[in-house]
Write a protein that binds this ligand. Structure first.
Ligand SMILES: Cc1ncc(COP(=O)(O)O)c(C=O)c1O
Length: 431
């Protein structure tokens, strides 16, 4: 008797456990999702077809770009000048559009070939370099600058420098070329990506700059994206960064005996530019670029009223109504049984970009198949009706490298592709 009741207790227990496990599995099993293109992407795809695009393409929504420019101009207001971060918008017509829309000639550049192209094609630009370049790179710029260029490097270009050694290198180059170079000093206001934060180092740099006519002090730059990322009160972090900035400026005022307010006092970037409204800070200009096209790395509360304006559109090369993987038969089927969002398979034309699928909604990369920049595998549920040659849209996570990968930008406005903007070349001018 005792053993019979023991067996049935065990049975009940096992049954309960099995049911529990099944229940937990059913709960953990992914729910079916997926949705065909909404009208926005459907219409964008039709416009690409009409314009005969048939390969991976970077599409820029000009209307949304202009809305973002208007938001930015409204927020920056009249307290600061605005400097466009060109690396995040790397195309001459795109930069010209932003310059016109935001009413600024100020650009921040990070790459010598881009600098030569800007000097040639936007000769009225006011340029601040955003990182210290090797002095050989600076020499390449002067060598590649056309003699009849209207770009006056002595008054329109500021080199960003960070150490006494580099300042001496630039001084020698300026002396050798018989020119004057404007020098903007990179400050470390808490990011700790280099730059000056010691008074003695700043004094040494300033003494080299002030020593002769080869170099002239044109300003300071303190970039502080950590302010938006660190936990805690962002305004307190901003104030901490600005305190370091002010302290360095005080040292510079003491050394030079000048007020320095007329110099370029640059700071901020897309993640932080919204934190400066009506704040008493040493800056007189703010930089930003990415927020005008808003890749997904910039989905932050501060940028909630900026809208994503750039997408990668790529054709489906192959559409399969099942999932089959190389290796042991049945693995694909098991994956599908477990996850209804792996029912279908789509191979896209190209892939492996810094971007995530945006439309149709519910596409995901297959974790077992791996990545491919030639034909990338996406899976989706039976709710997704993509066919070969249909478009998939991805949203870049960042713009600076992604924009350069497609040769040109397809400009989308009022339901049509209205223009093709070339992107900056990575090699032009590299002597
Ligand atoms: C010096 C500097 N300023 C500003 C920015 C901000 O650029 P974005 O607005 O595109 O994020 C960056 C980005 O790396 C930077 O390095």
């Amino acid at each position: 008797m005792a053993s019979t009741s023991g067996t049935s207790r065990r049975k009940v227990l096992l049954g309960g456990l099995t049911l529990g496990a099944l229940g937990a599995a059913a709960y953990a099993r992914p729910k079916i999702i997926g949705q065909n293109h909404k009208p926005y992407f459907k219409e964008m795809g039709e416009a690409l077809d009409r314009a005969r695009f048939a390969q991976p393409t970077l599409v820029l929504d000009k209307t949304l770009l202009e809305q973002n420019i208007a938001q930015l101009s409204k927020h920056i207001g009249s307290q600061f000048d605005y400097r466009i971060v060109a690396k995040s918008l790397p195309s001459i017509p795109l930069l010209e559009t932003v310059m016109k829309g935001a009413g600024t000639q100020r650009l921040m550049l990070f790459h010598q070939p881009f600098l030569n192209q800007v000097a040639q094609q936007i000769p009225q630009a006011d340029v601040l370099m955003g990182k210290p370049l090797p002095v050989a790179s600076a020499e390449n710029f002067y060598r590649a600058l056309s003699k009849d260029s209207n770009f006056d490097h002595a008054s329109q270009l500021q080199w960003l420098l960070d150490t006494p050694t580099r300042v001496r290198q630039y001084q020698s180059l300026a002396q050798r070329l018989g020119i004057t170079m404007q020098i903007n000093i990179e400050l470390d206001v808490g990011l700790h990506r280099g730059g000056v934060n010691q008074a003695d180092e700043l004094r040494e740099i300033l003494s080299v700059i002030e020593a002769g006519p080869a170099l002239s002090l044109s300003g300071f730059m303190g970039y502080e994206p950590h302010v938006a990322k660190l936990p805690g009160d962002k305004l307190a972090s901003r104030d901490k960064a600005m305190k370091v900035y002010s302290e360095m400026l005080a040292v510079a005022r003491e050394v030079t005996g000048r007020n320095l307010d007329e110099l370029t006092l640059n700071g901020a970037g897309s993640p932080t530019y919204r934190l400066y409204n009506n704040a008493a800070v040493p800056l007189n200009e703010l930089s930003a670029g990415s927020c005008l096209v808003k890749p997904s790395d910039f989905d932050t509360p501060e940028l909630a009223d900026h809208r994503p304006a750039a997408f990668i559109a790529t054709p489906v090369i192959k559409a399969l109504d099942h999932l089959e993987l190389p290796g042991p038969a049945g693995v694909g089927k098991l994956m599908t049984l477990w996850n209804p969002n792996r029912q279908k398979t789509f191979f896209t034309y190209g892939g492996y970009w810094k971007a995530n699928a945006a439309s149709p909604e519910g596409l995901s990369l297959n974790p077992l198949f791996g990545r491919s920049s030639n034909q990338e595998m996406y899976n989706g549920s039976q709710r997704i009706d993509l066919k070969a040659d249909d478009w998939v849209f991805l949203r870049p996570t960042q713009s600076e490298s992604v924009f350069l990968q497609f040769g040109e930008i397809a400009v989308y406005e009022h339901g049509e592709i209205v223009d093709r903007w070339p992107v900056l070349s990575e090699t032009l001018g590299a002597a």
